[in-house]
Design a protein around this ligand. Structure first.
Ligand code: ATP
Ligand code: MG
Length: 415
């Protein structure tokens, strides 16, 4: 679990702002839900045979003896909230939420025990148009962040539950013949969650899987039509994708469309955004049947990408615009109101006031370290004559004095 320090937060804020502004323009609304839910919600929603529920949840009993878990993902909680608050009743919803998620995993680059996701969900729409809208919206995120050429879209369809049950039988029958050659995890999954074997990272298992029957051949007609419809919209929108018949995702609630945006600039933790359809989930958790589609983005991995690929605009920093130097004992109470008037005049200006005293030299050093472009120096002399000394901290131009009354106009011009 990481501390995210002040030197890193501007990148997080930039990323979150860019994504939020796109979500808002597509009409998605924010929902905020608790970090803790009853453990049963996750085992019922995500599936008891999944890695997340089997080995990764932080679960505890509260004083009442209720079994609770720190959320490993947001969708189950959003569905719980939607059912309890009647959000799905005769209406469509476009929602997003963000915050920390918790999974007891082996920590490594791009994989942490507390990590952060932006989770986006749409309820009440059955057609492939909403799947496509979501994918197009993610493509717009990458465009805004300058990541487009560094990510690719993988797409698959899992069909209906019945189709997967039929496929599961065929897959298990095939894999049984190779049981002793499978990696340990996959052998275990053969009985509890055989579809997950399809995306095993083990080389030898991958070779075996390459000859396995394909889910696509077991699909029901409606799912085929849905998938064709989705591909058609993406083709027309000029969104490139690769159909990956082995893409299955690690949560049981997915059906029909699944997708992942992957990158090769992060090493092995290459999935930055993943999602799909979960038409059965609302009903499974006690609501009326409600079609749904959504995805989650891993913020840490996207931050890593922006940093490694050096895609951050200059403005992404903790730098202020101006630093105020208050010279002399007992002037600060006269300087602070001047600074407040400046804040009134230029509400966007980032101003770092020197509080806590200090000599002129020490204050100038702080001003320089703040990254400010200008120092505004206000002392006994200046205040007496209604003037301010302006010193450029990043160029050699000579310092100058101007009337305090003209300070805002001047700064607006030069900054
Ligand atoms: P992976 O295959 O990498 O384990 P997942 O299938 O478990 O991912 P999801 O549960 O779909 O992932 O989560 C969506 C996204 O959240 C992932 O694509 C990734 O960007 C991010 N993510 C998931 N687990 C972690 C983690 N432990 N640390 C950091 N980011 C994570
Ligand atoms: Mg995982």
């Amino acid at each position: 679990m990481n501390d995210i320090l002040p030197e890193q937060t501007p990148v997080w804020q930039y990323l979150e702002q860019q994504v939020r502004s796109v979500l808002t323009t597509y009409g998605y609304q924010e929902i905020r839900i608790p970090v803790v839910e009853s453990s049963a919600l996750f085992s019922r929603g995500i599936g008891s045979g999944t890695d997340i529920v089997e080995k990764e949840m932080y679960t505890f009993e509260d004083r009442n003896g209720d079994k609770l878990s720190l959320r490993p993902e947001a969708t189950a909680g959003v569905v719980r909230a939607g059912i309890q608050q009647g959000l799905f009743y005769n209406q469509v919803q476009r929602l997003w939420t963000s915050g920390p998620m918790f999974r007891y995993e082996r920590p490594q680059k791009g994989r942490y025990r507390q990590f952060h996701q932006i989770s986006v969900e749409a309820y009440g729409m059955t057609g492939p148009d909403i799947d496509a809208e979501m994918i197009m919206m993610t493509a717009r995120f990458w465009q805004k962040l300058g990541l487009s050429e560094h990510v690719t879209l993988e797409l698959n369809t899992l069909g209906t539950l019945e189709a997967r049950v039929r496929y599961r039988e065929a897959l298990v029958a095939y894999l049984k013949d190779y049981e002793s050659e499978l990696d340990e995890d996959s052998r275990r999954r053969l009985t509890i969650n055989p579809l997950r074997i399809l995306d095993s990272k083990d080389r030898n298992t991958q070779k075996i899987v390459a000859g396995a029957p394909e889910l696509f051949d077991y699909l029901d007609e409606e799912s085929r039509v849905h998938f064709t419809g989705l591909k058609q919209i993406l083709d027309e929108a000029g969104i490139a994708y690769r159909v990956n018949p082995r893409l299955v995702r690690g949560l049981d609630y997915y059906g029909r469309t699944v997708f992942e945006w992957v990158t090769d600039s992060l090493g092995s933790q290459g999935t930055v955004c993943a999602g799909g359809r979960y038409d059965a989930l609302v009903e499974m958790l006690g609501g009326k049947p409600t079609p749904a589609v959504g995805f989650a983005m891993g913020i840490e991995r996207l931050v890593l990408m922006l940093e490694t690929l050096q895609l951050l605009p200059e403005s992404v920093s903790n730098r202020v615009d101006v630093a105020v130097v208050a010279v002399g004992d007992g002037v600060v109470h006269r300087v602070l109101p001047v600074v407040e008037r400046l804040r009134d005049a230029l509400p966007e200006l980032k101003i770092l006031m020197n509080c806590g005293g200090g000599g002129f030299k020490a204050q100038m050093k702080r001003a320089d370290r703040s990254g400010a472009a200008y120092a505004l120096i206000l002392g006994e002399d200046e205040l007496g004559s209604g003037m301010v000394t302006v010193k450029s901290l990043r160029t050699d131009s000579a310092q100058q004095q101007l009337p305090i009354a003209d300070m805002a106009e001047y700064l607006q011009k030069v900054l």
